[in-house]
Design a protein around this ligand. Structure first.
Ligand code: NAG
Ligand code: NAG
Ligand code: NAG
Length: 397
C-alpha cells in the first residue's frame, strides 16, 4: 500500500455576467486560515451531528484569486474578512504558496489553481498575470454554451489534480449557457505518512460514543508511542486534550482535539478554535508515552460557501448590483456560487515509512491510554506558516 493518508479538496467559484445574473502579527497563512476556520465553525454549527471535512486554506485561496479583480467595497470586504493589509498582500501570498508547495513538502502537499473563462471573454491582463505570478494559476478557455461539456472539462481537471479523490466538483446546471464568464478552481491534495505508523494487526473493533448518543463499533488503530500531548481549556473553563501526530518530514502534523468530559459536546469547543488558539497549544504540550487509540475513518463533505461567507461580511461579491470586479474585466460580473468538496481518508497504513515507526514499542510498565472514542476535531497544519490545510469534525467514524 502506497500511503496512509490522503486528502483531496477543491473550492470553486463561478462568475456570471451581469445581464442576467497571535501575540505577534499572524502570518498570511494564519490570516486566511482564520477566515476558513470561521466558515467551518458555521458549517459545524449547522450540522452538529454530522461528519464534516473542510479546507480553511482552500477558501482563502479562492478569495485570494478573486482579490486582484476586486475594487471598492467588494475589495474592502474581502480584505477585512481575510485581515489582509491593503497594500501588497500578493507578495505575502506568493511567498506562502511557494512555502506550502516547496520541495520539502513535495509529494505531500500539491496545490493547483485554475481559471476557466468563456472563449472570447476579455479578462484584464493584469488580473490573469497576477494570478499566474502568485499562484501559478493556469488559464483555459471553454465554451459555456455547452454546459455539460464545460462541466466535464473542469471536473476532469479537478479529478486529475486531486488524483481521483474529487471526481466531480461542479454540475452542468451550475453553469449558465449564456451568462457564465469565469470559473476559478483551487485544488489541494495532501498525502502524508505517519512519522510513527500504526500496525494493522493492532487495529480492533472497539466502541465509539457517537455524537448522536449511540455507541458504534468502529475499527480503532492503536499504538504505544511517544506523542506530544497537552491539556487546554476554553475561556468557559472546559478542558480538552490536544494530541499531535506528525507526518514524515516533520513539516506537517495532524492535531486531534478531544473534549475531556465524556458528555461534553464537541460544539462547545469548536467556537474557541482559531490559529491563535492552535498557536497557544505549543506551550501546553509535552512529549509523553501513551497508548493512543484512534479510529480509522473516511469522510467527505460538500459545503456551499455563499451563506457562511455572507455571514462573515462578504456580501457584495455575491450581489448582482454591488459586486465590483472592474479589475477582472470591463463587463460587470458577480459570484453566483461558491462551494467546496473535501474528502479525508485516515488509516494506519504502511509505506516504507512504516518501518521507521515500529521502533517505539518499548514500554514495559502499563502506560496511560488515550482513547479517541467520542466526537473529535482534527486539524492538519503546516507548522512553519501556521496554515490550516484541512480540518474536520468526526461524530461517527
Ligand atoms: C460556442 O458553442 C456554440 C454552440 O455550441 C456556438 O454557436 C458558438 O459559436 C461557440 N462559441 C465559440 C466562441 O466558440
Ligand atoms: C487529465 O490527465 C490526463 C492524463 O494525464 C490528460 O490526458 C488530460 O488532458 C488531463 N485533463 C485535464 C482536463 O487536464
Ligand atoms: C514546529 O515549529 C516549532 C518552531 O519552529 C518547533 O519548535 C516545533 O518542534 C515544530 N513542530 C513540529 C512537529 O515539527
Amino acid at each position: 500500500m502506497e500511503h496512509l493518508f490522503l486528502f483531496g479538496l477543491c473550492a470553486l467559484v463561478a462568475l456570471y455576467g451581469d445581464k442576467g445574473v497571535l501575540s505577534q502579527a499572524p502570518s498570511y497563512g494564519e490570516r486566511g486560515s482564520d477566515l476558513g476556520i470561521q466558515v467551518f465553525q458555521q458549517v459545524a454549527q449547522s450540522k452538529p451531528q454530522e461528519n464534516v471535512v473542510f479546507s480553511p486554506h482552500g477558501v482563502a485561496s479562492i478569495l485570494g484569486m478573486l482579490l486582484p479583480g476586486a475594487h471598492g467595497e467588494t475589495r474592502k470586504q474581502m480584505l477585512n474578512a481575510l485581515r489582509y493589509k491593503k497594500n501588497g498582500p500578493y507578495k505575502m501570498l506568493k511567498k506562502l504558496h511557494k512555502t506550502l508547495t516547496a520541495k520539502s513538502n513535495q509529494d505531500t502537499v500539491m496545490i493547483a489553481n485554475g481559471m476557466f473563462s468563456q472563449k472570447g471573454f476579455p479578462m484584464e491582463e493584469m488580473f490573469v498575470a497576477t494570478n499566474k505570478a502568485n499562484f501559478q494559476c493556469e488559464s483555459r478557455s471553454l465554451n459555456f454554451s455547452n454546459p455539460d461539456a464545460a462541466a466535464d472539462e473542469i471536473n476532469e481537471w479537478v479529478n486529475n489534480k486531486t488524483k481521483g479523490h474529487i471526481p466531480s466538483l461542479i454540475k452542468a446546471d451550475m453553469l449558465d449557457a449564456a451568462l457564465t464568464r469565469l470559473v476559478t478552481v483551487n485544488s489541494i491534495y495532501f498525502k502524508g505518512s505517519w512519522k510513527s505508523r500504526f500496525q494493522p494487526e493492532n487495529t480492533k473493533m472497539r466502541p465509539f460514543n457517537g455524537g448522536d448518543g449511540k455507541v458504534y463499533k468502529v475499527p480503532m488503530m492503536s499504538q504505544l508511542s511517544v506523542f506530544n500531548i497537552g491539556m487546554a481549556t476554553t475561556p468557559q473553563g472546559l478542558k480538552y486534550k490536544v494530541i499531535e501526530l506528525p507526518y514524515q518530514g516533520d513539516t506537517i502534523s495532524m492535531l486531534i482535539v478531544l473534549p475531556s468530559e465524556e458528555d461534553m459536546p464537541l460544539s462547545r469547543v469548536i467556537p474557541h478554535i482559531s490559529t491563535a488558539t492552535v498557536q497557544s497549544w505549543t506551550k501546553l504540550m509535552h512529549m509523553r508515552k501513551v497508548r493512543l487509540l484512534i479510529p480509522k475513518f473516511t469522510v467527505d463533505a460538500e459545503v456551499d460557501l455563499k451563506a457562511p461567507l455572507s455571514a462573515l461580511g462578504l456580501t457584495d461579491m455575491f450581489s448582482q448590483d454591488k459586486a465590483d470586479f472592474r479589475h477582472l474585466c470591463a463587463e460587470p460580473v458577480h459570484v453566483s456560487k461558491a462551494l467546496q468538496k473535501a474528502k479525508t481518508i485516515v488509516n494506519e497504513d504502511g509505506t516504507k515509512a512504516a518501518a521507521a515507526t515500529t521502533a517505539i514499542l518499548l514500554a514495559r510498565s502499563s502506560p496511560p491510554w488515550v482513547t479517541v472514542d467520542r466526537p473529535f476535531l482534527f486539524l492538519i497544519r503546516h507548522n512553519q506558516t501556521g496554515t490550516i490545510i484541512f480540518m474536520g469534525q468526526i461524530n461517527r467514524p
